[in-house]
Design a protein around this ligand. Structure first.
Ligand code: PGA
Length: 212
């Protein structure tokens, strides 16, 4: 199976022009399955396949919300759910995140659930959910998590959820360390934040993890 590399642009860049430049530079990179999650406002112009969040209702009187079907109809296949920044700045709790996961699955979207501890895994995870292990100390700090500790967590997540779930590592991934998380720590993919905004770095990440 090809590694799954997910680009999380977060709240960047500031203009559509810049977004197009980054997107056009990386969209054809080969070797891994690539999902690019720009801010939702750029989705339709870029025809990107990932989004950073989703609402749990599929439409109605919910000012400012973006429904799963809207994203699906725009060509989105994957949705990041429960990112630590959503938990911290938007006060999202596990019950809200569970509703978002269900809404995404109901709509045929693949949720990428971000966790930094096992207790954040939903109790009854019987459907296929991609789990991204993102230790808080490693997110946006340039201090990627130790390989042994990351691998131990990957094993624990597999034990808790079964073999069906793809497990990603996220947190200060760069072109130098990307391969180790896949080939040594056994993750099936990566969630890349800061480095995904640098086309050369992101392309190197995708190429370096390739089994080809
Ligand atoms: P980072 O972010 O790669 O900039 O550490 C990862 C993430 O928050 O998903």
């Amino acid at each position: 199976m090809k590694p799954l590399i997910v680009a999380n642009w977060k709240c960047n860049p500031k203009t559509l022009e810049e977004a197009k430049t980054i997107f056009d530079s990386v969209k054809s990179v080969q070797g891994s399955e690539v999902v690019i999650c720009p801010p939702v406002i750029y989705l339709s112009a870029l025809k990107a396949n990932g989004a950073q969040d989703v609402f749990w209702e599929d439409g109605g009187a919910y000012t400012g919300a973006v429904a799963p079907s809207m994203l699906k109809n725009m060509g989105v296949t994957h949705i990041i759910v429960g990112h630590s920044e959503r938990r911290k700045y938007f006060k999202e709790k596990d019950d809200v995140i569970a509703k978002k996961i269900n809404a995404a699955l109901t709509c045929g979207l693949k949720p990428i659930l971000c966790i930094d501890k096992l207790s954040q895994l939903p109790k009854d995870l019987d459907q296929e959910v991609i789990v991204a292990y993102e230790p808080l100390s490693a997110i946006g700090t340039g201090k990627a998590y130790g390989l042994d500790k990351a691998e131990a967590m990957r094993v624990d997540i597999t034990r808790a959820t079964g073999d069906k779930n793809v497990i990603l590592y996220g947190g200060s991934v760069n072109a130098q360390n990307a391969k180790d998380y896949i080939h040594q720590a056994g993750f099936q993919g990566l969630l890349v934040g800061g480095a995904s905004l640098n086309p050369k770095e992101f392309i190197d990440i995708v190429k370096n993890v390739c089994y080809c």
